[in-house]
Ligand binder design. Structure first.
Ligand code: BEZ
Ligand code: FE
Length: 293
């Protein structure tokens, strides 16, 4: 039936978009037509509202370049990034949960020796993070790569400090033969998601929080195991229950234990300023063995 009415339009469009040889693309487009039409039928936008929506999406796209991805931020604040992450990381029980990567990871972080400081000259309170990397079966994993990135003690990532040359607040560590690791950094603080774009514009018209609770990003990689992208969140943070991007999972909340000046830090050094100590054991899931030929 070639001609449409408001009643028949969705069926006509769905029928036309079923003529797609690739089965996955067909499935995706069928669902897109079904849900987009249902959305528009529910909202019943005026022509002016539809023009506002088109303008919003146009400006969102125009903000994107190799350093800024406003569409990912949209996906983050709508909880879609965490849903895609959850669907793709249905981990074995006992494995450390994953969470969003976020926009601030920079590849090729500098290698830092076990116990070395990835926050040299950075503002903030010293913070030592230590623990073990092991498999779900309890076996220690030696030589696992721990790629870290975080804000400095003022709440800024490297990308937000254009005045600083070279790596800032990131480092590549390796677990030791017994699976242990020791990181020296500064304590991260809570910060706002970027609010100078279209997503900020939208958030500012809501009562939603645009803060992320203090966290350290980790990407772990070890041969034979599934990679893990996650954060450690600071317990007690004011925004732990209202993370703007829904990234907090309970097993990722850790205590930052404050130690007074004059205490011995993990690694043995005596520090003449207060510092934090964090303990966390990462558990990775082994990849399925390829079937023997
Ligand atoms: C972050 O943790 O770096 C982040 C994640 C999502 C949106 C903005 C920032
Ligand atoms: Fe972050």
């Amino acid at each position: 039936m070639p001609y449409v009415t408001e009643k028949t339009l969705t069926d006509v469009v769905s029928q036309r978009w079923s003529d797609i040889p690739n089965p996955r693309l067909k499935q995706v487009m069928q669902a897109a037509v079904k849900h987009l039409h249902a959305f528009v039928r529910e909202i019943e936008p005026t022509q002016a509202e539809w023009a506002v929506a088109i303008d919003f999406l146009t400006r969102t796209g125009q903000m994107c370049d190799d350093k800024r991805q406003e569409f990912i931020l949209m996906s983050d604040v709508l909880g879609v990034s965490m849903l895609v992450d959850a669907i793709n990381h249905r981990q074995a029980s006992g494995a450390t949960p994953s969470t969003v990567e976020g926009p601030f990871h920079v590849a090729d972080a500098p290698a830092v020796a076990n116990g070395g400081n990835m926050a040299v000259n950075a503002p903030g309170i010293p913070c030592f993070v230590s623990g073990k990397v092991s498999g779900v079966g309890g076996e220690p994993i030696a030589g696992a790569v721990l790629d870290l990135w975080q804000t400095d003690g003022d709440g800024f990532y490297e990308a937000q400090r254009p005045e600083i040359e070279g790596p800032w607040m990131r480092g590549l560590y390796h677990s030791q033969p017994d699976g242990s690791y020791l990181i020296r950094t500064v304590a991260p603080i809570a910060y706002t998601i970027p609010m100078d774009g279209t997503i900020g514009e939208l958030m500012n018209r809501t009562n939603l929080s645009h803060m992320r609770p203090a966290h350290i990003h980790f990407a772990l990689d070890a041969p034979g195991y599934h990679g893990l992208v996650t954060h450690l969140f600071r317990s007690g943070d004011k925004w732990i229950e209202s993370d703007a991007v829904y990234g907090v999972k309970e097993p990722l909340i850790v205590d930052f234990r404050k130690m007074p000046a004059g205490s011995k830090a993990p690694g043995g050094e005596l520090l003449n300023e207060p510092f934090y100590v964090v303990h966390y054991d990462f558990v990775l899931e082994r990849k399925a063995q390829a079937a023997a030929a």
